[in-house]
Design a protein around this ligand. Structure first.
Ligand code: SF4
Length: 485
């Protein structure tokens, strides 16, 4: 009799659940109708340590708050803003076996995957290489490719339209940290200058004047923070542009504030847009950003399925691959199956984190990303198998196995592309150039780490602005040639 060996990943259907918010002292009296209301959620976001203390009562120790305070003073690139929906998915099973002690709850809080990226503390971050020497505020150089304020034209046929610079929630690892959210002691944010109505008009003018563009990603920030009637009016006008065939609305709030997306007025407006898109043969989809299976709850499913029911063509997920959050095959597949089975959300991309300051503790190496891509293949349907992707500065999204060359010792990978970005339209060499991406230095073998130190990047150097200035000049040089070592 044969004995089949277990599969590397053990698939089981997991029913998703809404964690009980009344387990948190500050919300012990909150009713279901309050919880399921978008306005209540927005009004009760956690924005500072005082509010977190009031919510948590005695559940967290003072050491945790000290750790958080130090991070906010010296490291955080995003200010604190967390919806109740997201706070509730941190340590969701904390009270399943009785009331925890402050010590056990705090220990669970420290390792919680959602807490690790929404509420970063000082001790999460690396002290040896807190920032990569080539990290920078706008690591993808999107602003360099603006054709109008907030309108990035990087790929030949598609544009990114940033219509606002706020979100209902702020993620610690936000790639657009130079523009999105409030300034922190570490980062003074750029500001969009134009009035929203003028910014959007300029976007529409560019789309009408550029027939080679067929695809618009409407993003921010998070479109879930734009008054619905304004967003609907903007998308409605994009639908009138003859050359546009695909529109994607980018909103992490589908997960962070699902109450917004299933509210009656939003679903009614989404239905109007979906009907018009369908009559024109335009694909209107929603893209969201979920990083862990714990975030997929019945309310998220209600929002996603509500949008599909009114005619939105697809709801797709673009997560970010982060150490300590989802950098194992089991965590990625658990998330993908929760999205697909429980919320009808299509797993689409997992991005490697971008090279922003103070992000090294989250970043994974290219080798790890390739291992994870290999590990998730074969379990999900092909159409729902996510691509693990590196967003290479001056190149764009590349599947992690598309790398041209990879120096595993120095952690430097070399990439090329098959199109010209918006700033290279007159450059005959653009498609021949090699561009570089860097692994976290701490992930390298000893020899590689010593090379970086010998190059003049001392361990523990933490001056982000110094890094950013150095990175700007070196990135410009790197774009002109394939470095040799
Ligand atoms: S929702 Fe998106 S844009 Fe907003 S803070 Fe998070 S990652 Fe940044």
């Amino acid at each position: 009799m044969s004995h089949p060996l277990p599969q590397p990943y053990d698939y089981r259907q997991h029913e998703v659940r809404e964690p009980d918010w009344t387990r948190l002292p500050g919300w012990s009296e909150v009713t279901t109708s309050e919880w399921e209301d978008a306005q209540w959620q927005r009004a009760h976001c956690v924005k500072n340590i005082k509010q977190l203390r009031a919510l948590m009562g005695d559940l967290l120790t003072d050491d945790f708050y000290d750790d958080l305070e130090l991070d906010q003073a010296e490291r955080a690139t995003m200010s604190m803003l967390i919806t109740p929906q997201m706070v509730n998915t941190m340590v969701p099973d904390s009270h399943d076996t009785g009331t925890p002690t402050p010590q056990t709850f705090t220990e669970a809080y420290y390792v919680d995957p959602v807490r690790r990226y929404m509420l970063p503390v000082f001790s999460d971050r690396r002290t040896d290489w807190p920032s990569h020497p080539y990290s920078s505020r706008d690591s993808l150089h999107e602003h360099d490719m603006w054709r109008a304020e907030g309108l990035t034209h990087r790929y030949p046929t598609k544009v990114l339209a940033e219509v606002l610079s706020t979100c209902p929630q702020y993620c610690g690892h936000c790639t657009r940290m130079d523009l999105v959210g409030n300034s922190t002691p570490t980062v003074k944010k750029l500001k969009l200058e134009l009035k929203p109505v003028d910014r959007m008009q300029q976007h529409l003018d560019y789309l009408r004047a550029t027939p080679s563009v067929r695809d618009v990603v409407v993003s921010g920030g998070d479109v879930g923070n734009m008054p619905w009637k304004n967003l609907e009016a903007y998308v409605d006008k994009i639908l009138d542009v003859e050359n546009i065939r695909d529109i994607r609305l980018a909103t992490k709030a589908l997960m962070g504030l699902p109450q917004h997306w299933y509210s009656d007025d939003v679903l009614a407006g989404a239905e109007r847009l979906a009907t018009k898109a369908s009559s024109r043969g335009v694909g209107l989809a929603v893209h969201t950003h979920v990083n862990h299976a714990n975030s997929v709850t019945p309310l998220v499913a209600r929002a996603s399925r509500g949008l599909l029911d009114v005619g939105i063509r697809d709801v797709r997920n673009q997560g970010v691959l982060m150490a300590g959050i989802n950098n194992s095959v089991d965590q990625l597949l658990d998330l993908c199956f929760a999205l697909l089975d429980e919320a009808s959300i299509l797993p689409y991309y997992f991005y490697m984190p971008d090279m922003i300051p103070f992000a090294e503790h989250w970043r994974v190496s290219l080798a790890d990303a390739q291992r994870l891509q290999h590990g998730v293949m074969g379990y999900l349907p092909g159409f729902a198998t996510p691509r693990v992707t590196c967003d290479v500065p001056f190149v764009g999204k590349r599947w992690v196995h598309q790398v041209d060359e990879y120096d595993h010792v120095l952690g430097i990978s070399y990439w090329s592309k098959n199109y010209r970005t918006g700033i290279e339209l007159e450059d005959p060499d653009a498609v021949r150039k090699k561009h570089v991406y860097y692994d976290p230095v701490h992930s390298l073998p000893q020899e590689g780490q010593e090379w970086w130190i010998n190059e003049g990047y001392p361990k523990g150097q933490i001056a982000a602005e110094t890094h950013a200035a150095a990175a700007a000049s070196r990135a410009a040089a790197a774009s002109d040639m394939a470095p040799t070592h």
